[in-house]
Design a protein around this ligand. Structure first.
Ligand SMILES: NC(=O)c1ccc[n+]([C@@H]2O[C@H](COP(=O)([O-])OP(=O)(O)OC[C@H]3O[C@@H](n4cnc5c(N)ncnc54)[C@H](OP(=O)(O)O)[C@@H]3O)[C@@H](O)[C@H]2O)c1
Length: 274
């Protein structure tokens, strides 16, 4: 992928990895457009970096994706790179009754349905460009689940398989499909976790991780696995049970914490007693 003179749309660019990608890709001579849900965070970016273009848009909402498509392609017809970065990660005790049917699905709607819908909306446009690329951000957790974040891990395994399939279906087009699989990276995403939860993993600094990613884009490395993500891939093949056990260590302390218990309806309670 060429590294300059692109017009790049990054979902979730007001913080963390998306923001760092925006800054580094801007420096390389690209037009960079970012999205996010929180307008004041986007305005802060715009104040510091007036060249970065901002659009308030929620990757979980199909109507937002449609209007984003109309606005971006009208204002930036050169658009040729889509980076699906927006994501959330939660620690989750599956015994907790406060996880209702809407709540339990949040990571799926943002991390998995978001990129799938974005690709569906933007792909026909990208195919009209001479050089185009889609970058999906998954995670090293696509190889081994982190059991205290079960739904998040499922979304990252899902986006990994989707990206492989997308790449194969686009093999006869001008659209390159990259997957960036970050390891634990020092961003606000990790705020939900304690030091104990993350024991054994050394977070990578975000500027270093993004430099690694950009090197991968420049060498057309389609699956980019910085640092411990590559290790997780190797371990998931050589010693899958061992690495799953290692990654599951924080579960015991999660299960010791009190949660709102699930209350069964009366008919289910009584049928259990018979
Ligand atoms: N940090 C890590 O250790 C790590 C490791 C592996 C993979 N990743 C992946 O890397 C990506 C970026 O993570 P990060 O660490 O940079 O997280 P972050 O620092 O929390 O930043 C997330 C960004 O996404 C935006 N966002 C969240 N939900 C959104 C939505 N529904 N629509 C649009 N924007 C949304 C946030 O802005 P608003 O809240 O204003 O919307 C923010 O700009 C995620 O896909 C994450 O899963 C991170």
């Amino acid at each position: 992928m060429k590294l300059s003179e692109n017009t790049i749309l990054i979902t979730g660019g007001s913080n963390g990895i998306g923001f760092e990608l925006a800054k580094q890709l801007l420096t390389l001579g690209n037009t960079v457009i970012i999205t996010g849900r929180n307008l004041s965070k986007l305005d802060e970016v715009k104040t510091k970096y007036p060249e970065i273009q901002i659009f308030q848009s929620d990757a979980a909402k199909p109507d937002d994706i449609k209007s984003l498509y109309d606005d971006v392609t009208r204002e930036f017809p050169g658009l040729n790179v889509l980076i699906n970065n927006a994501g959330i990660m939660r620690k989750m005790n599956l015994h907790d009754s406060s996880l209702d049917l809407e709540n339990i699905n949040q990571e799926i709607v943002i991390n998995l349905s978001g990129p799938v819908r974005m690709v569906n909306q933007f792909l026909p446009y990208l195919k009209t460009k001479k050089h185009a690329a889609i970058v999906n951000i998954s995670s090293g957790l696509a190889f081994v689940p982190f059991a205290i974040s079960p739904v998040y891990s499922a979304t990252k395994a899902g986006i990994h398989f989707y990206t492989q399939a997308l790449r194969i279906q686009l093999k006869n087009t001008n659209v390159e499909v990259f997957e960036l699989m970050p390891p634990l990276t020092n961003t606000k995403l990790q705020n939900a976790f304690s030091m104990e939860d993350l024991r054994g993993a050394t977070p990578m600094e975000v500027d270093k991780m993004v430099k690694f990613a950009i090197r991968g884009f420049s060498t057309d490395t389609l699956e980019i696995r910085p640092g411990q993500s590559n290790l997780l891939r190797i371990m998931s093949r050589l010693a899958p049970h061992f690495i799953l056990k290692q990654m599951s260590r924080p579960v015991d302390s999660l299960l010791e914490q009190p949660v709102n218990p699930v209350v069964l309806p009366a008919w289910a309670e009584s049928s259990n007693r018979t």
